[in-house]
Design a protein around this ligand. Structure first.
Ligand code: ZN
Ligand code: ZN
Ligand code: ZN
Length: 368
């Protein structure tokens, strides 16, 4: 994450809504990717240069978003909240806090996607190939809902996240039951976005190069996943894959590696602004610096009595796959119509239980 400052000069952070030093109201402007200090002027907010803003409707109604909309934008929701199709049922009290965590992680993902000049378009706003998010519960966390099992996954641009994933205890239980070393809300967002951007970055143009690194994407998905959950990963998975789950199918390998690529890029951005590493490195250099930095982060955590926050080993095949993703992104023309505005609103986010027509997502990291 970049370094942000209030207009008074005080350092502020991505999640802040007020400056602790001068009490200015703050909001994040996804167009400029900056935190802006704003003042209320009769019926709208203004920054010090006179640009006019509105708060996102999810901030006004639920205190759950610090992103801004330009005052003349027709949409009531910010760039990130426009992607929501289903939000958690807020009549269930624990869902308030869970939803806060989900949106916080989603905004970090969207920030990251925007910094990579990736298209972030809202399906709800009328982009048929756009992104939509469904945050839904199942009976494992709420016996009062009809769905027995909702897997976190992606299907045709719709990313489903089980609301319970925002619950620390649920996530820990899942981690232990499937033998994962790492499971975070942000990690889920990154992983599922990988399935979406596969269609945009790989499917049409780079399939041969993809197959060289990741294998045959056409391999039967259901059979491969069933085999993975029945037999577990191969013994030598860690020589080829970033995680055990990545060995389940080439498309899961892609999504896991994509998530890891975003993790490294985001962490390195922070490491740069904090002065831990030099900026303007090309990715291969940055990767080596990241590995050195991650070792230090792990060691400091051990001194704090905590587990390693970065339980990964980057082998040569994994490095090659990460570099492949970096080159794919570098080859894209910048800012390809990533503006979400200009399409008629077709549907608003709804705080709801799923409609009966909802299909489970095709990626299922949490089997029943
Ligand atoms: Zn300030
Ligand atoms: Zn918002
Ligand atoms: Zn997946």
């Amino acid at each position: 994450m970049k370094l942000f400052n209030c207009r008074c000069g005080h350092r502020v952070f991505f999640e802040n809504i007020r400056c602790e030093a001068c009490n200015s109201q703050l909001g994040f402007d996804p167009k400029s990717l900056e935190m802006i200090s704003i003042d209320w002027i009769s019926d709208h907010y203004e920054d010090s240069s006179g640009s006019a803003y509105r708060c996102c409707k999810n901030q006004i109604e639920f205190n759950n978003c610090n992103w801004l909309q330009r005052a003349d934008a027709p949409e009531e929701y910010c760039w990130s909240c426009q992607l929501n199709r289903t939000i958690p049922n807020l009549s269930s009290p624990p869902n308030r806090g869970r939803w806060l965590s989900l949106e916080q992680a989603k905004r970090r993902l969207v920030y990251s996607l925007l910094t990579h000049d990736l298209p972030v378009r809202s399906r709800i706003q009328g982009w048929p190939d756009g992104l939509a998010f469904d945050f839904v519960e199942d009976q494992r966390s709420n016996p009062n809902v009809s769905e027995q099992f909702v897997g976190t996954g992606h299907q045709n641009g719709v990313i489903t996240i089980n609301v319970a994933e925002a619950d620390d205890l649920f996530r820990l239980r899942m981690r232990l039951s499937v033998g994962e070393f790492y499971r975070t809300v942000l990690g889920h967002f990154r992983h599922e976005s990988g399935h979406y951007y596969y269609h945009i970055l790989v499917e049409d143009e780079s399939l041969d190069a993809f197959q060289n690194k990741f294998g045959d994407a056409a391999q039967d998905y259901a059979t491969a996943l069933a085999a993975y959950y029945k037999n577990g990963p191969s013994q030598a998975w860690n020589s080829q894959f970033i995680s055990a789950y990545a060995s389940a199918h080439p498309l899961e390998d892609w999504a896991e590696t994509w998530a890891h690529y975003l993790l490294i890029k985001d962490s390195m951005e922070t490491a740069c602004v904090e002065g831990l590493v030099k900026s303007s490195m090309y990715f291969e250099q940055a990767l080596q610096t990241w590995i050195d930095t991650a070792i230090k982060v792990n060691q400091i955590n051990q001194d704090l009595g905590l587990d390693h926050p970065y339980p990964f080993v980057i082998t040569d095949p994994v490095r090659d796959k990460l570099i492949f993703i970096d080159r794919l992104l570098a080859a894209r023309p910048a800012r390809q119509a990533s503006n979400p505005n200009g399409n008629p609103k077709s549907e608003l986010q709804k705080s709801a239980v799923l409609s009966p027509s909802h299909q489970p997502a095709d990626d299922n990291k949490s089997p029943p």
